[in-house]
Design a protein. Structure first.
Length: 377
């Protein structure tokens, strides 16, 4: 069967179907390190399909959506620059200070995109989520639809973000306080995001395109829990997730996934109540334990991630122990073992190759690593 067929069968929990052998690649800072440690310089994780083929991994999702081509709200502008740091205004109006090159941390936000209601209304009008999407005859759309229809890997609709993108627009503190300070404005922002997602689902559904996953990026949780309380989530976000799941199912799109770093435990029952049925990346250092999650929510959802990326900094024994830790969850079914984020720069190239070999030896995934004559110079 194709990788796409395997993914569907696995997520339906058909007996005897192995988990997809998907995984994350390296951060660019790790890639730079690996080049100095013998990685073939013709390989590049930004060409991720090729990377997966060479390293013996299944290819990633074919990610699709459609959008209207229009001028940005702001032109990107460099406001200040040194040899290592750049301060710039982004196309949404936010101002950030960022490291240059590959050795990046999270940019420092100096000004969020939205600081008042008037700025939100300008952004909302520019987004125009109720406006028409491009015709299916548009050459760019024809290409997207053709990729979705012919892909041999699972096809995932990038449906946006109900909470994470508004968090980015407002900044952490303003977002956390808005449902108390101005609940009508908070609701309007979430409703805008919800309608964007619904428009995407309808577009592909009306074109008769089969989708394997409708996906949301959120990143609204941290080590000690979420930015918004379960009470706020239940009032504002849960009804919208329910609408989205119901609409997706009306087109036979049965999988809705959420990506949020951090500890999602407080919101997980609410997402499940809405019908979300795939969660990742299950960040281990934030307290997410795939074995515990499976015991408590067995059969209600699928999981992806859950392997502690920083365990790859140890030797063979540490890597083997981490893979052995997640093996019971894989054997129970419904779990796709992957690193819980991209491979960080404190992991050597040798350890990455060891990890791929042990994935095969301990989890039975892949072919035991790549051909060293191909991946090493």
């Amino acid at each position: 069967m194709t990788q796409r067929e395997q993914y569907r069968a696995f997520c339906r929990r058909e007996p005897g179907v192995c988990p997809p052998n998907m995984d994350n690649g390296p951060l660019m800072s790790a890639y730079e390190r690996w080049l100095s440690e013998g990685l073939n310089p013709t390989l590049d994780p930004r060409r991720f399909d090729e990377w997966c083929d060479v390293f013996g991994l299944d290819r990633y999702y074919c990610c699709v959506n459609v959008g209207v081509s229009k001028p940005p709200l702001f032109l990107e502008e460099i406001l200040e620059e040194t040899e290592t740091i750049v301060t710039k205004r982004q196309t949404d109006g936010s101002v950030i200070r960022d490291n240059k090159g590959w050795h990046k941390s999270i940019p420092q936000e100096l000004r969020p995109a939205v600081t008042c209601r008037a700025e939100w209304e300008r952004l909302r009008d520019w987004l125009d989520v109720d406006g028409p999407l491009p015709s299916s005859d548009d050459p760019a759309v024809v290409s997207v639809l053709e990729r979705a229809r012919t892909a041999e890997v699972p096809v995932r609709l990038s449906a946006g973000s109900i909470l994470g993108t508004p968090r980015n627009w407002l900044g952490f503190e303003a977002f956390a306080m808005l449902p108390y300070d101005d609940p009508a404005w908070f609701e309007e922002m979430l409703e805008t995001q919800c309608r964007f997602a619904e428009a995407q689902i309808r577009y592909f559904g009306e074109q008769g395109v089969q989708l394997d996953c409708v996906h949301f990026w959120e990143d609204i949780c941290f080590k000690n829990g979420p930015i918004v309380s379960p009470t706020i989530f239940r009032e504002f976000a849960l009804p919208r997730y329910r609408r989205i799941v119901e609409l997706a199912r009306s087109y036979s799109y049965t999988q809705v996934s959420v990506d949020s770093d951090g500890n999602i435990e407080a919101l997980l029952p609410l997402w499940l109540e809405a019908g979300v049925n795939l969660f990742w990346p299950l960040e281990v250092q934030a307290g997410m334990d795939i074995n515990s999650l499976q015991e408590r929510y067995y059969g209600q959802t699928c999981w992806l991630g859950g392997i502690h990326k920083h365990r790859l900094t140890g030797g063979d024994g540490a890597i083997a122990a981490e893979l052995a830790r997640v093996r019971p969850a894989m054997e129970r079914g419904g779990y796709i073992p992957t690193l819980d984020h991209c491979c960080p720069s404190d992991v050597s190239f040798e350890n990455y190759l060891t990890y791929l070999r042990l994935r095969h030896d301990i989890l039975g995934l892949g072919r035991g690593g790549p051909d060293h004559a191909v991946v090493c110079r």
